[in-house]
Design a protein around this ligand. Structure first.
Ligand code: MV4
Length: 670
């Protein structure tokens, strides 16, 4: 037994949250670490203790082994869970933990080191009888040797960096006359990226699937596998969709691949969670590619089809306990699909996005699991991977999981940085993907050429936006006029404003929307080609139920300044930018030019007349309502151009009482 009771989680974000949850549930004390950028992050609040380890850059925080070991010492932690990424596959860190008397929750430093070199790993796997892609993984690195080896293998071949991963230093070589140049460029890229220019050569497998087997080993020599995951849908070697089981798997093939993976792990006395990656070709032949010696990002799909908690298993075997189940106890049920929701812009070459997440509402529902480490209001930091969440769906069959996942994406709202949500929905809805036919070539073939442009908002969606912007401006004006929250007010009566909103909808010219309040939260929206009738049936905390053109729907909305509105409706998220407001405050509703009655009431005093110059804060009107006097003040200076009410009038809410124009310089920004 290697007992421990307090686990330091040497990671951040969703995986730190994931590990802390299980550790706490199993009675362990937990220590989080965080950088200066992460003080407000959920993983910090969730742990019993949290240690500030350094500034935002990873080299001086999450990648700094010394600071992590210090944090463990300071808090009395006796075990370290590395999560994925960062130091999770760093043999020196695993060794340093052991030397500091900490249980490293992962395989031995030797196993990490061995699998970190593709040439070494392949030699060992060939010796263990694990099927490998035909290739060359020798120590002689001369061009002549590679050229001769490639002739033996047959073109096309792949050149790969022995120390590499993630496709860096990898070259596809179609013809003999391209090989020497490819070797040279791969060497220089590998040396630069990994500090080693050692290469291997492999036959290029055509349109393979990426199928990986989850394995577990314990310190008693038991090794089992938990079935496979298909991670073929990748973009530039970044996984985008992962699922279990693989759509083309058969029990016989699973048994063969599982045995090969177990043999791979057994041959190196592997302990803990590991993943053996294979390429699966069209003929059902499979080839060992590499072994990942960590818990992987996509482990939840395995959890959902096996019913096991992989972190719990990791903690068990790290303590020196035997695996609590045998291979025969492992059963697979149903199907699970995971997608990675990223803050990135699919229409701009997937450029990572950062910034404050104003609204973060992950969906929930039957068969839906969302792993994330994000708090609403938190920043997506440019220092780290911009993954927002893993959205995972389980179904009794693949299509049920797929449908549930699409729905979960549609019902998940992110207002703030742009995300790949629509891209993910488009992948899941794509015919070939739905048929389970996606190989590693899927994204390049289906989304490669032009990048991804989400569909533009429809006129009806823009009409909804205009109504919401109208209401936001009205409520803002009312808040300015009297210190009452808009919710307390009675907006039941007809207003008299026709406000204009202009949006660039991706058509040739911007489209103008004219909103008229008909009273009682009913609105008429006129645009170039048609009229939309909108009624807001219910609206609370940014979630509204609306009726538009006789169809009810639920939407989420958030006004951002005077010009912008975030709107999530019909499963999509949009940002509408009112060009009139953005241009120069052409619509004065919210900038103080239109003084509205904030509620139904009686004009008790009228303090201004047409032509008066008024100063900001000056009293304009006193309204009696709900047995109280409400003073309505100018929200900025200007000249009164119209007074539409008289002393003693009973006015409905939203009545345009006074109109002002701006004078002098002070501007529309106020
Ligand atoms: C290959 C291959 C075809 N043949 N090796 C890409 C990342 C690295 N883990 C291995 N990769 C590949 N290795 C041989 N011998 C095709 C790929 C590959 C790929 C693999 C999995 C998922 C997506 C991919 C996209 C392009 C290439």
């Amino acid at each position: 037994m290697r007992n421990f009771s307090k686990i330091l989680v040497a990671n951040r974000g969703e995986i730190a949250v994931r590990v802390i949850r299980t550790a706490r549930a199993l009675g362990y004390r937990t220590v989080a670490v965080y950088s200066e950028a992460d003080g407000g992050a959920p993983h910090v609040a969730l742990a019993d203790e949290a240690v500030l380890i350094g500034p935002a850059p990873v080299a001086s925080s999450y990648l700094d082994a010394e600071r992590l070991l210090k944090a463990a010492a300071a808090t009395g932690a006796d075990a370290v869970h590395p999560g994925y990424g960062f130091l999770s596959e760093n043999a020196a860190f695993a060794r340093a933990c052991a030397e500091a008397g900490l249980v490293f929750i992962g395989p031995s430093a030797d196993a990490i080191h061995l699998m970190g070199n593709k040439a070494e790993a392949k030699r060992r796997m060939i010796a263990a009888g694990v099927p490998c892609v035909p290739g060359y993984e020798g120590r002689d690195q001369s061009d002549a040797t590679f050229v001769a080896a490639a002739d033996g293998i047959g073109y096309p071949v792949m050149v790969k960096a022995a120390a590499g991963g993630g496709g860096r230093g990898m070259r596809l070589v179609e013809r003999k006359d391209q090989l020497v140049a490819a070797l040279a460029s791969a060497r220089s890229e590998a040396l630069n990226a990994f500090g080693s220019d050692e290469l291997i050569l492999e036959k290029a497998v055509q349109q393979p699937r990426h199928v990986e087997i989850q394995v577990f080993g314990d310190s008693h020599g038991h090794v089992i596998h938990l079935g496979e995951r298909d991670c073929s849908v990748q973009r530039r070697h970044q996984k985008v969709v992962e699922e279990a089981p693989c759509p083309v798997m058969t029990p016989g093939l699973r048994d063969m691949m599982g045995r090969a993976a177990v043999e791979a792990a057994r041959s190196i006395k592997y302990e803990g969670a590991g993943t053996v990656e294979f390429l699966l070709d069209r003929d059902g032949e499979f080839y060992f590619l590499e072994m990942n010696t960590r818990l992987q990002v996509e482990h939840p799909v395995t959890e959902l089809v096996t019913g096991l908690d992989l972190v719990a298993l990791q903690l068990r075997v790290a303590r020196g306990e035997a695996l609590p189940l045998t291979q025969d106890d492992v059963t697979l049920e149903g199907h699970a699909i995971e997608v990675r929701l990223y803050a990135e812009d699919p229409s701009n070459n997937f450029l990572p996005a950062s910034g404050r997440v104003d609204v973060w509402r992950p969906a929930s529902g039957d068969g839906i699991r969302i792993d994330h480490g994000l708090r609403e209001g938190q920043e997506i930091s440019p220092f780290y991977d911009p993954m927002i969440a893993k959205i995972i769906a389980w179904g009794s069959d693949r299509d049920e999981a797929r449908r549930r996942l699409i729905r979960a994406l549609e019902e998940t709202t992110v207002f703030g940085p742009v995300t790949n949500k629509d891209f993910l929905v488009a992948i899941l809805a794509q015919e070939r993907f739905a048929a389970g036919e996606a190989t590693t070539a899927f994204l390049a073939e289906n989304f490669g050429e032009t990048g991804f442009e989400a569909a533009r908002p429809t006129r009806a969606q823009a009409a909804l936006a205009s109504v919401l912007q109208y209401r936001a401006a009205r409520d803002e004006a009312a808040v300015r006029a009297v210190a009452l929250t808009p919710r307390l007010k009675d907006w039941a009566s007809a207003g008299r404003l026709a406000s204009r909103f202009s949006y660039a909808l991706g058509e040739e010219a911007p489209v103008e929307f004219r909103v008229s309040a008909l009273g009682g939260e009913r609105y008429k929206v006129e645009e170039r080609d048609s009229t939309h009738n909108v009624e807001v049936l219910h609206d609370e905390a940014g979630v509204a139920r609306v009726l538009i053109d006789n169809v009810q729907k639920t939407l989420r909305h958030l006004a951002s300044g005077e010009a912008k509105l975030h709107l999530a409706v019909d499963g999509r998220s949009f940002v509408f930018d009112n060009l009139l407001k953005r241009a120069k405050g052409a619509d004065e509703t919210a900038s103080g030019g239109h003084i509205l009655a904030p509620m139904h009431g009686k004009i008790l005093r009228l303090n201004v007349a047409v032509g008066d110059e008024v100063a900001e804060g000056q009293s304009l009107v006193v309204l009696e309502a709900m047995k109280m006097e409400h003073e309505i003040n100018a929200t900025r200076s200007g000249k009164v151009t119209a007074v539409n009410v008289a002393l003693g009038d009973q006015v409905p809410a939203n009545t345009l009482m006074i109109e002002m124009e701006q004078t002098g310089s002070g501007a529309s920004e106020a």
